[in-house]
Design a protein around this ligand. Structure first.
Ligand code: ADP
Ligand code: DP6
Ligand code: CO
Length: 323
């Protein structure tokens, strides 16, 4: 039996498309910031008395499709460790589930850590990153803290994350604006698949990401929060252009998403540097320098309740313990 705690990460250069859906090999590299306020804690116990896997998240059994993704990772762990027992998985999300706040990232990173350790494996962080990837692409990056790059690679062995800056020593913060924390209608998985197969802009997106990866790594070296934020904002809008240009077209934005975007632009027009990014959901994340936090929060509380604002700082890598 083992427990792991992994933190979510928000991509500054997004992963939006798979080359190999079975192994979750992405079309492009990506780069993220791990957050200290959102995480998943998962316990896995292999038990020879069981005749099937039991998966509970937030005290409830997962539906068949969601449980299948967990069982897929457990099957990989069983084959690596030559275990054939079924497992009991108990997970708690300290992050809204399936709302575009990257619950799948913290969830599958924690599952990879807990399941492999419970099965007696001693995986390196690189191996953990590869295992997490098999559950959800973004989970590849949640093995590490701080700023993390997922190198797309070409196969299972070469597609893993690498820390760029695990102990971020410059004052970057991310404020999550919780607009709607209910389950999205189009999962990240099916949304990106539809974008790859139908958006006429997909090829341009691959070029955008190649360019943004170089630019953002330079901005990180320079500890330039404005440059990082600008690249992240532009990259997010270009990712969302892939949903609008898909067939059938769709969007994760709602009216409140646009309202928050306007507020960020307004703050910027008043000389307060802050930048927005959105994932597969309506919630907005704002990137800024710690020194501007109070001004940003004050402006936002004019239009949204303060209990819907969560300030995060760079978070740590995965923690795993045997029980
Ligand atoms: P998100 O934006 O939250 O990452 P996704 O559509 O990518 O949204 O992933 C949500 C899915 O991840 C859920 O529907 C479920 O299948 C899976 N998931 C989320 N949390 C857990 C958890 N703690 N344990 C196992 N699976 C989870
Ligand atoms: C917009 O990792 O959730 O958050 O690999 O199918 O599980 P699957 O998808 P997922 O997609 C994340 C998409 C994103 C961008 C990102 O995190 O890079
Ligand atoms: Co996800």
């Amino acid at each position: 039996m083992a427990t792991a705690k992994a933190y979510t990460n928000i991509a500054l250069v997004k992963y939006w498309g798979k080359k190999d859906a079975k192994l979750i090999i992405p079309q492009t590299d990506s780069l993220s910031l791990t957050l200290n306020e959102f995480y998943t804690t998962t316990t896995v116990k292999f038990n020879s008395q069981l005749n099937h896997d039991i998966v509970k998240v937030d005290e409830r059994f997962l539906d068949k499709e969601d449980a299948a993704k967990v069982i897929h990772v457990l099957n990989i762990v069983r084959s690596l460790s030559k275990t054939n027992s079924f497992a009991e998985v108990t997970s708690i999300n300290n992050v809204p589930t399936a709302a575009g706040l990257a619950s799948s990232a913290s969830a599958f990173a924690a599952l990879a850590g807990a399941a492999s350790t419970a099965a007696g494996l001693h995986l390196s962080r690189r191996e953990l990153s590869r295992l997490a990837r098999r559950g959800s692409g973004s989970a590849t990056r949640s093995i590490y803290g701080g700023l993390v790059e997922w190198q797309k690679g070409t196969d299972d062995a070469s597609s893993f994350a690498k820390p760029i800056d695990e102990d971020v020593d410059f004052p970057i913060e991310m404020l999550a604006v919780l607009i709607n924390t209910k389950k999205k209608k189009i999962s990240s998985r099916s949304g990106m698949q539809l974008s790859v197969s139908t958006s006429p802009y997909y090829k341009a997106w691959q070029e955008v990401v190649a360019h943004d990866m170089v630019a953002i790594k330079r901005a990180i070296k320079e500890k330039d929060i404005n440059k990082i934020g600008h690249i992240a904002e532009e990259n997010a809008l270009r990712m969302h252009a892939l949903t609008l240009s898909a067939d059938p077209a769709f969007t994760y934005f709602n009216g409140e998403t646009l309202m928050i975007i306007n507020a960020v632009e307004d703050l910027r027009n008043h000389g307060i540097n802050c930048y927005y990014t959105m994932d597969a959901g309506p919630n907005v994340k704002i990137i800024y320098d710690h020194k501007d936090r109070d001004k940003i929060v004050t402006r936002l509380t004019d239009i949204i309740d303060s209990d819907r604002l969560v300030v995060s700082q760079p978070g740590p890598g995965i923690k795993i313990w045997n029980e």
